[in-house]
Design a protein around this ligand. Sequence first.
Ligand code: 5AD
Ligand code: SF4
Length: 442
Amino acid sequence: MTRPAPKTFHVKSFGCQMNAYDGARMAELLEGQGMAAASGEAADLVVLNTCHIREKAAEKVYSDIGRLKRADGSRPMIAVAGCVAQAEGAEIPRRAPAVDIVVGPQAYHNLPALVAEASQGRRALDTDMPVESKFAHLPRRRAQGASAFLTVQEGCDKFCTYCVVPYTRGAEVSRPWRQIIEEARALADAGAREITLLGQNVNAWEGEDEAGRAQGLDGLIRAIDRIPGIARIRYMTSHPNDMRDGLIAAHAEVASLMPFLHLPVQAGSDRILKAMNRSHTAEGYLRLIERVRAARPDIAISGDFIVGFPGETEADFAQTLALVEQVGHAQAFSFKYSPRPGTPAATMADQVPTAVMDERLQRLQALLSSQALAFNRASEGLVMPVLIERDGKKPGQRLGKSPWLQSVLVDNDVPHGTILDVAIISGGPNSLQGVAAAQKAA
Ligand code: 5AD
Ligand code: SF4
């Protein structure tokens, strides 16, 4: 059965920042086709840009599909994109027949053709991972607000035994230097003041500059630092084994490179790290953090942790807590281990009972929250530059980010994109509150 080509769309992204980036690019692509953004199931086309990292995230898509029903019983055209699309492919419409399109994270430049196919009443599926990059087929970047994401590297060759990413995003690929610099310039022209360079292993980025010289992520950062309008640069997520000297030095030398490092360690026990195939030790990680702090003493450290990896004993877990105590985090994410189909860890012996995982997660999160609160409290009384990104809830209030990625609420109505000196009055568990420093002095 044919149906009218969709005129409006809604993209809903889950999961990591790379998915948020892909969602923004899909929206630009559809706008370029003359479609207009709309909200929720009222849109003619709804793209669910999914995450497969843990079971809960992956299962969510099916309940979301069920909810995409309008009051009159009709449904929008439904596209499932992202990592669940890649991992489950044709299985998705078998389980959820309302799905019209399945498109993987390396194939979404084909979305307009897939939409045309679905309009002809055919189910459209594309989970190819073409050698030729999707980036060559995407339109120029548009206004994104004060802070924008830019994917520079995708995929993973590390094969941590718990992780689906090498299967859903494919092998490690670095985007070419020129393409990245051009995209960064387009973002700056569109008003971005901050760029966050994204990659599953962003610090593994490598390439050649315009002169044909070999460069790493630090070279790319230094080149983006020279683009007029760009005041702040961040990058995530990094792998400890790819944290090279040049990048550490850049933290000491490049003023626009923000003092924040998201460097997941996952666990504090060498036995568990080995079973995870992390190929670094807890001690190696701690030494690395010391070197980064020597280069940039005020750097805020963030990370990811998994509790209850198969075989994790109470003694192993105690070593995770000990590592967290030693590092002192500004913030961190922690998760219960979730067995993922097709990964080596899913079939390992000694899977940890849920109740044990729950209890360990609670203890870890209590420690991490107390560290985050201590970090935010230590900001009280400081004056810091805050990049204003959006309106706060109350009139005249703005929300922005500190150099250390803390959310800052300011009672001031300066335009978005302003970097405002803010005197911090109070620091809570999740955010800081302050007033414009000039206002305070007056
Ligand atoms: N179970 C739980 N957490 C996971 N992560 C990745 N795979 C799994 C899994 N199978 C976590 C890791 C990673 C973050 C993005 O998600 O901590 O760094
Ligand atoms: Fe989720 Fe990983 Fe895919 Fe990001 S790359 S959406 S975290 S599965």
